[in-house]
Design a binder for this molecule. Structure first.
Ligand code: ARG
Length: 472
């Protein structure tokens, strides 16, 4: 089994740690020791584990399980351990299985018998659940601040492009003229909801499991609200069985992350398309693109492609966690150890993808002429013509037919709509189109008419950006 972490010492020649094996008559099988260990990946929780232990010890002193001298020794010992870990001198041991046992073992080495009292009224089951919740909470706070930064960058780019005309698409066919600013603000809306979802999920993450002990609670009558307050939790998990076994919060977090990445992936797909020679709507900064090893002319949009690709693995992690939980009886089962790697990877992947977009977005350059020319093809003002006929008293379905005929004529002669004469525009079934039609066939005229809340008119886009800025 590969162990990516070189700071992990090989297993002890004396077999597994004696302290947990009082009831066994033989040492743990060597393979089983490595197979069941999680320290290679859960050492990432060291800070949360130490914070949780400090709060637990403080509470133990308040209910007279520890005296204040013992508490001080424990707090100082834990601080020394944190310094050792952060200084890169802590020796992680696989034979000590996980982050919790490694830290506890070192505490006993450092301060002796007093260290053995720390685990009173606690189990690794409520300990690990607490650690993960603290870790996810910190991750959410960091991700939310990244999302806010990205939202700001989007609003800025939208403002610069509030008047930039481009074709809006349905079925990836040019549909109607819109502004690039309006299009960007659609992405803003998605990302804003993503941020809201994380914020909402945080409430359910931020509940304290400690006090549940292994599954049934503990006879030491712990002051759980006190521990919750020390660790910044909003409340305590109500039921001890649920407290140690629940991973809903991790699933919810991954679901929110998967949806957020799904949005980012859709957006990146557009960047890939739009930066291609075929569209050429935008130019991506050179420093976010890569070359080809064989084709010297290539400028590949690797960053958006990779974000699109990484979405797959995050969606996969969500399914991993759902599957991990689906057959577990109450309460804690060792299966739960498998929650960490997917969860950590989701945190890192979402964070990296946000970092990439935060760097990329302010440097996206809109090729306005190309966008405008593309809007001019594809009869994107056909709906405006139909609306014009409706204003002249024609029922919409009849107007649709009149315009359809005009488009057919223009397409067959490869001419834009505004090139047709009044007679050609009217065709056999209308006589209401007059000279004033030509001004509504312009692209600026078309977007300008969508001047309502949520519409694409530059004036509305500017107002939407203003409201958006107040939200960031
Ligand atoms: N490493 C374990 C995990 O991640 C810690 C809890 C172990 N508890 C137990 N009863 N074996 O879930």
């Amino acid at each position: 089994m590969d162990n990516p972490n070189s700071t992990i010492a090989p297993q002890s020649p004396h077999g597994a740690e004696g302290s947990l094996r009082g009831r066994f008559s033989e040492a743990t099988d060597e393979f089983v020791q490595v197979f069941t260990a999680s320290v290679s990946f859960d050492q990432r929780l060291y800070k949360e584990d130490i914070a949780g232990s400090k709060a637990h010890a403080t509470m133990l002193q308040s209910i007279s399980v520890l005296d204040s001298d013992e508490l001080n020794q424990i707090l100082q010992g834990l601080q020394t351990i944190q310094d050792e870990i952060e200084g890169g001198v802590f020796q992680w041991r696989v034979d000590l299985e996980d982050v919790h046992m490694n830290i506890e073992h070192r505490l006993i080495e450092l301060i002796g018998d007093t260290g053995k009292k720390l685990h009173t009224g606690r189990s690794r089951n409520d300990q690990v659940a607490t650690d993960i919740r603290l870790h996810v909470r910190a991750a959410i706070d960091q991700l939310i601040s990244q999302q806010s930064q990205l939202l700001g960058a989007l609003a800025d780019l939208a403002e610069t492009n509030a008047d930039t005309i481009m074709p809006g698409f349905t079925h990836l066919q040019a549909a109607q003229p819109i502004t690039f600013g309006h299009h960007l603000m659609a992405w803003f809306e998605m990302l804003r909801r993503d941020r809201e979802r994380l914020l909402d999920c945080r409430k359910r993450v931020n509940q304290l499991p400690l006090g549940a002990a292994a599954l049934a609670g503990t006879p030491y009558l712990p002051n759980r609200p006190m521990v919750a307050e020390l660790l910044g939790f909003e409340g305590v998990c109500e039921n001890s069985l649920d407290a140690v076994s629940d991973r809903d919060f991790a699933i919810e977090f991954c679901a929110a992350a998967a949806l957020s990445l799904t949005h980012m992936s859709r957006w990146c797909e557009e960047m890939v398309l739009w930066s291609s020679q075929q569209f050429n709507f935008i130019t991506l900064p050179d420093r976010f693109c890569t070359g080809s090893s064989i084709m010297p002319q290539k400028k590949n949009p690797d960053v958006p492609e990779l974000i699109r690709g990484k979405t797959g693995r995050v969606n996969g992690h969500l399914i991993s966690l759902l599957t991990l939980m689906k057959s577990q009886p109450l309460a804690y089962n060792k299966d739960n150890q498998e929650d960490k790697e997917p969860l950590f990877d989701v945190i890192d992947t979402l964070s990296d993808c946000l970092t990439a977009l935060i760097g990329l977005v302010p440097n996206i350059q809109a090729n306005k002429d190309v966008m405008l020319a593309a809007t001019d093809q594809g009869f994107t003002t056909a709906t405006d013509l139909a609306d014009y006929l409706v204003r002249k008293g024609m029922p919409f379905r009849d107007a649709h037919d009149v315009v359809g005929r005009a488009v057919q004529l223009a397409a067959s002669q490869n001419r834009p709509l505004e090139d047709l004469s009044i007679e050609e525009l009217n065709g056999p079934n209308s006589n209401v189109i007059e000279e004033d039609v030509y001004q509504i066939l312009t692209l600026q005229g078309s977007v300008g008419t969508r001047d309502h809340l949520g519409g694409t008119a530059p004036n509305q886009v500017r107002q939407a950006i203003q409201r958006a800025r107040a939200m960031i």
